[in-house]
Write a new protein. Structure first.
Length: 188
């Protein structure tokens, strides 16, 4: 599995109603994408308590790279490029991904990136991340993903939540609202 995200930072005075409307009108278009485990249409608003800036930041979990490549080369991503320019797409190989059978009830998401301890063996780090993931599932996360970036040696922790929870503290933590979740496995 592989996960990806692009974060589009929008101006401070941007009408975020446009993003909410975009999600409402277009969110269903990814409900049946091949190899997609889920896509969470995420946004953050500058004036909301947990938002520091206006962001549109969809997050994807793919079963394989063929579906991801087809999406990035297709009309859906071309629409993003036409509206916002071509964003940097970050990708992380997945260590673990657990999700409820239906994650469409998610209203919030958290994304945390943290540097890897240089001296800790990857196996030990992976075990420690598994414990964090289990703890967040016990706290009510609908989806929990642990992944890593071997280029910058950092860990990614992504969670979908049914409601607002106590957010992780740290330098590189984003808190998002969820506008829509596409989960093709729920559409048979």
């Amino acid at each position: 599995m592989i996960t990806m995200q692009y974060r589009i930072t929008l101006p401070a005075d941007y009408d975020m109603g446009l993003i909410r409307r975009r999600i409402a009108e277009r969110g269903h278009l990814t409900d049946r994408l091949a190899q997609l485990a889920f896509k969470a249409y995420l946004f953050a608003e500058r004036d909301v308590a947990d938002g520091g800036q206006n962001l549109y930041a969809p997050f994807y979990l793919w079963h394989g790279t063929d579906g991801m490549n087809a999406f990035l080369g297709g009309t859906g991503f071309a629409g993003v490029v036409a509206s916002f320019g071509r964003p940097d797409v970050q990708m992380w190989p997945v260590w673990q991904a657990h999700m409820a059978a239906d994650v469409s009830g998610a209203t919030h998401a958290t994304r945390e990136r943290a540097p890897m301890a240089a001296r800790m063996p990857l196996g030990e780090l992976r075990e420690a991340e598994h414990a964090r993931l289990r703890a967040d599932l016990d706290r009510g996360a609908l989806a929990a993903i642990s992944a890593y970036d071997p280029m910058h040696w950092s860990v990614l922790r992504f969670r979908l939540w049914r409601e607002a929870v106590e957010w992780p503290a740290g330098e590189d933590v984003d808190v998002y609202r969820v506008g829509h979740v596409s989960q093709p496995s729920n559409h048979h």
